[in-house]
Write a protein that binds this ligand. Structure first.
Ligand code: CA
Length: 231
């Protein structure tokens, strides 16, 4: 039975998640604060961590940073604000995914399963050095300036192009559907259509090509599925 550490200070949200996870045969430890979460993680090994960012004592980002000192356990962030997404991705904390509130417990369980599937094969909790930054990546994210550089040159991106590219950069090789990209890069995804994503991807590609002529196409299209970034 996979053991999940749920770190969430809002009892109503925590209760529905504990119920949903236990129904799906996960064993759940629930912590209300970051400090308590770190204790719980030390006391008992866990296969997965669901981590709210807004906690009363230390932020979920700090909790993750601490966990990463000793463990590669998969982490799914829960965020309340879009602004936090940039920080999760920008800080390269090694979070495996994130979900924006409000969410359905069903969605969380599905994500946990998907991430566990993806990460299984690698031991869930083996202390090891944090993975080195991908030296071969031509991309660099300056999170304080909210700018992405490619081959050392800053990209002149609109706000949505920036967010979209950040999402893709956050998980190179993962195919994102247009809906997932809309969800993650737009504050009000209902107001735009799939075509909007296509138009933005087209524009990002053009800007990448402008930085270095003949540059390889980093954003691949998977027909009928979506987009992925390849490095
Ligand atoms: Ca909270």
């Amino acid at each position: 039975m996979p053991r999940v550490l749920l770190v969430e200070d809002e009892p109503a949200i925590a209760d529905t998640l504990v119920y949903a996870l236990e129904t799906e045969r996960f064993e759940v430890t629930h912590a209300l604060t970051g400090t308590r979460a770190l204790q719980a993680f030390e006391e008992k090994s866990h296969d997965f961590v669901i981590l709210d960012i807004g906690l009363p004592d230390i932020t979920g980002l700090d909790v993750c940073r601490k966990l990463r000192e000793t463990s590669n356990v998969p982490v799914l962030f829960l965020t309340a604000r879009d602004g936090e997404i940039d920080r999760i991705l920008g800080l390269e904390l090694g979070g495996d995914d994130y979900v924006t509130k409000p969410f359905s417990p069903r969605e969380i369980v599905a994500r946990v399963r998907a991430i566990l599937r993806r990460t299984s094969g690698a031991p869930a909790e083996t202390p090891s050095a944090p993975s080195p930054p991908a030296l071969s990546s031509p991309f660099h994210h300056d999170s304080s300036a909210m700018r992405i550089h490619c081959h050392g040159l800053p990209l002149d991106l609109t706000a949505h192009e920036y967010k979209l590219l950040l999402v893709l950069l956050g998980q190179p090789g993962r195919v994102f559907t247009r809906d997932q990209l809309l969800d993650r890069a737009w504050e009000d995804p209902g107001a735009v259509t799939d075509r909007t994503v296509d138009a933005h991807v087209k524009s990002i590609r053009a800007k990448l090509r402008a930085v270095r002529e003949g540059a390889e196409d980093f954003i691949e299209t998977r027909r009928g599925l979506g987009y992925l970034l390849t490095l």
